[in-house]
Each structure stands twice: as C-alpha cells, then as structure tokens.
Design a protein around this ligand. Structure first.
Ligand SMILES: Cc1cc2nc3c(=O)[nH]c(=O)nc-3n(C[C@H](O)[C@H](O)[C@H](O)COP(=O)(O)OP(=O)(O)OC[C@H]3O[C@@H](n4cnc5c(N)ncnc54)[C@H](O)[C@@H]3O)c2cc1C
Length: 347
C-alpha cells in the first residue's frame, strides 16, 4: 500500500500522539506507525497502572489514563494509525526548492512519502532483559513469569517475587504490596539504583513486614510444570540455596534498547540516541526530526513533558517545509476557532 502524508511519525508513544495535536493546530495531517500492537509506547507497554505525577496541570494519572487522555485530545484531528509494523527503511526521494522529500518502508510493505519524518521511537524497539542464569524462562511467560506489569489485579492475593534493583523494581514493590498476599524483593546487593524516596518507602514496608527484602540473593531456578509453583534463590555470601513457594515472578532487570533499523538511517548518533538541534529538533538530515526519549542534546531529560515541548517546536519547522515562505500561524488554543468548531464548542 502507498500513502502520502504531511508528517510521518515513527512511534505512537505519548510524544508521537501529542505530535498529532500540535500538527493538527497548524492544519497538518500525521500518519503514525508503531511496531507494538497498541499505542502508548512505554506508558502502555511497561507501566500502564503506575501513576504519573509530573504532567503539568494533572496532579496524578496512571500511565494508561495519560495515553487515553492523549487519544481524546487528538480526536478533533484526522490522522492515520498503523500498528504492528516497524519502519525499516528511510530513503531520500527528491529535492525541490531545497526541500527534500522522503520515502519510508515498513516490514509489512507499507510505503509512505512525506516531507517530514518525526522519529518518536523512544527507546527504540525494546525488549526486557531476561534473568541471565535461567535457561528459557519464557517457557513460563504469563504462567508465572512476567517482565512488566500489565495489570495490578493479576497479582492480587498472590505470592509474588520481584527481581531487580532499579526504579521499576522499587516502584512495583511499593505498589503491589497493596494487593499481593506477599511481596519479596530479591536483589544481588542491599543497595538500590532507584529514587531515594521510593527506596525509603520500600524499607518502611520491610520494617512493617509488608515486604520481604531478600539480599544478597540471585535466582537459581524456577520450579513448576504447567505453571510456576516455586523459586530457588541462592545467597551470594553463604552460597546456600533456599526454595520458596511462588505464584508470580516479576523480572525487572531493565530493557535492552534495540535501535534496530534506526542505525541504518545514517543519522548522527550520540551513544544510542539521535543528535538534534534544540531550535527545531531536526537531525543531521533535512526534514528528519527526532523527538522524545530517542533524541539527545545538552541537558536532555527523558521525560514526557520534555518530548511535548520538542515536538511542538519541531512541527513549526515541518509547516515551513510544506509551505515554504509562509508565516507559521500562531495562536492560543483558547482562541483557535477551527479547533473549537471541531470540538463542537459554541459561545
Ligand atoms: C517505569 C517507568 C516510569 C516512568 N515514569 C515517568 C513519569 O512519572 N513521568 C515522565 O515524564 N516520564 C516517565 N517515564 C518515562 C516516559 O515513559 C518516557 O519519557 C516516554 O514514554 C517517552 O515517550 P516517547 O513517545 O518518546 O517514546 P516511547 O514511549 O518509548 O514510545 C516509542 C514507540 O516507538 C515505537 N518504535 C520504536 N522503533 C520503531 C520503528 N522502527 N518502527 C515503528 N515503531 C517504532 C516503540 O514500539 C514505542 O511504542 C517512565 C518510564 C518508565 C519505564
């Protein structure tokens, strides 16, 4: 299938979704492509039920509520969405009046031409790290082994073991202690890499025996035939092993970030991120922008609100590439009559 669009957005995470809104205000149409089977990026895939507290004007919202709100916000604007396909190839087409057009191809055979590509690919195609010393832990995938929390209810009244020492392990220990029958946090050492206040919350739960902290331990084996029934842990100091009944094992060892095809697009990289300027978040290629977690510049923070700012400025340049010489229309949404009409707002 061949299509044409004003802005081709690679990645339908929060930043890709918000691009539809900002582009829509300028009358530009977006096409979003994501290799996951749903929109929302990390928010929907990794932590849908975890609260987010730093979206301006929204004191608290779960990550999935945030994605749902973004979908509601972009409803007034027409856009195309293609899921479960990965953008593999980007090629220059032609240059007219100094403006280069691009062609992209997906692994599902979708071909799209555009003057503007927004790479909102977050951490790239991500894959959860597996426990290093367990052969084929995925034989128990969703049968007691998981690598992210898709539903808090899954852990209600269960004997849960959480493995890891970073933010996710600490966050979920605190959250899931509210619903699980028992939560054991297993880590190789008694030091954590996560936020100090969450570690303090976790240690308070340990003090009140709401959480078992097992350090310095490492997983040795998983027991079960059709489903996980127990787990064997090895103490690093004593070298002794201990087997405990378990219903659910949650491995939160972080993600292997795979840039995959992005590495082939001849973009300037800084380590595993795409270098951009901070005026309009364009890469070293005209008309290819990188917004959200995928980009890098001095002072970059991997936060949703930073990605929103970046894509807001980038669509200004995208407009200029489509309408060379025209002034980019600027107006507050409170007085945007076109938007109000779409929203059905009447005076
Ligand atoms: C546990 C956790 C808690 C967090 N808490 C907060 C918080 O409280 N506040 C905050 O601001 N941020 C938080 N973050 C960070 C926040 O989730 C990210 O900053 C945000 O998701 C970045 O959005 P994005 O749209 O740039 O990328 P992502 O959300 O990563 O989405 C990128 C999308 O691009 C897709 N993609 C990648 N490559 C391709 C390709 N070649 N073709 C097609 N699709 C592709 C991916 O499948 C993915 O869906 C948290 C992150 C985690 C892991």
């Amino acid at each position: 299938m061949k299509i044409e669009t004003d802005i081709l957005v690679i990645g339908a995470g929060p930043v890709g979704l918000f691009t539809v809104f900002e582009a829509g205000l300028l009358g530009l149409r977006c096409t979003l492509i994501d290799n996951l089977d749903k929109v929302g990026g990390q928010c929907s895939e990794l932590y849908p039920e975890k609260p987010i507290y730093d979206i301006p004007g929204v004191p608290s919202q779960t990550a999935q509520e945030h994605v749902d709100a973004l979908l509601e916000q972009i409803k007034p604007f027409d856009y195309d969405l293609y899921l479960s396909q990965r953008v593999e190839v980007i090629e220059p087409l032609s240059t007219e009046d100094g403006v280069t057009s691009w062609k992209i191809l997906t692994n599902e055979g979708l071909e799209c031409t555009t003057k503007n590509i927004f790479i909102a690919a977050g951490a790239g195609s991500f894959e959860a790290r597996r426990p290093p010393n367990i052969e084929d832990p995925d034989q128990f995938l969703d049968l007691g082994v998981s690598y992210s929390v898709k539903s808090v209810e899954k852990y209600r009244d269960k004997n849960l073991f959480i493995f890891g020492g970073g933010d996710s392990a600490l966050d979920w220990t605190v959250e899931l202690a509210k619903v699980a029958q028992s939560v054991s946090l297993v880590h190789r050492r008694d030091e954590f890499r996560g936020a100090q206040h969450t570690e303090a919350q976790m240690r308070e739960l340990v003090a009140t025996e709401a959480v078992n902290l097992l350090t310095p331990f490492q997983i040795e084996s998983i027991q079960g035939t059709e489903k996980v029934t127990a787990v064997t842990l090895k103490n690093f100091d004593t070298k002794e092993s201990v087997t405990k009944d378990a219903d659910e094992l949650l491995f939160l060892f972080g993600l292997n970030k795979k840039l995959g095809p992005i590495l082939d697009w001849e973009l300037e990289l800084v380590q595993k991120k795409i270098a951009v300027n901070t005026e309009n978040f364009e890469t070293n290629k005209d008309g290819i922008f990188a917004v959200g977690d995928i980009n890098d510049y001095p002072g970059k923070l991997d936060l949703i609100l930073c990605g929103f700012h970046e894509t807001t400025l980038a669509v200004q340049k995208a407009f200029q590439r489509i309408h060379p010489g025209e002034r980019v229309p600027f107006g507050y949404t409170t007085s945007n009559t076109k938007l109000q009409k779409k929203l059905g707002v009447t005076e």
